[in-house]
Ligand binder design. Structure first.
Ligand SMILES: [Zn+2]
Length: 70
C-alpha cells in the first residue's frame, strides 16, 4: 500500500541498463561515512538505483541537517 506518492515519481521509471520497470523501496545510501535508508527507485533485476537530482539534493540537505542537529 502506497502513501501519497511524490508527483515527480508518479510516472513509472524504467531501468536504463536492462529496461525493467523500477520499484520503489528502502535503499541504504552512504553519505559522510554513514548509511541512511531512503525510499528510492531501484531495479530489482540488476540493482541499479535511480536518484533523481531534485530528490538527491533534498535528501542530502535533510541528512546534513540531521547530522548537524545530533
Ligand atoms: Zn536493471
Amino acid at each position: 500500500m502506497n502513501d501519497t506518492p511524490l508527483s515527480e515519481t508518479s510516472p513509472p521509471w524504467t531501468c536504463a541498463r536492462c529496461g525493467e520497470p523500477l520499484t520503489q523501496g528502502k535503499i541504504e545510501i552512504a553519505y559522510l561515512g554513514s548509511a541512511f535508508p531512503v525510499d528510492l527507485w531501484h531495479c530489482p533485476t540488476c540493482g541499479l538505483v535511480l536518484i533523481p537530482e531534485a530528490l538527491a539534493l533534498g535528501r542530502m540537505l535533510e541528512v546534513e541537517k540531521m547530522l548537524e542537529d545530533k
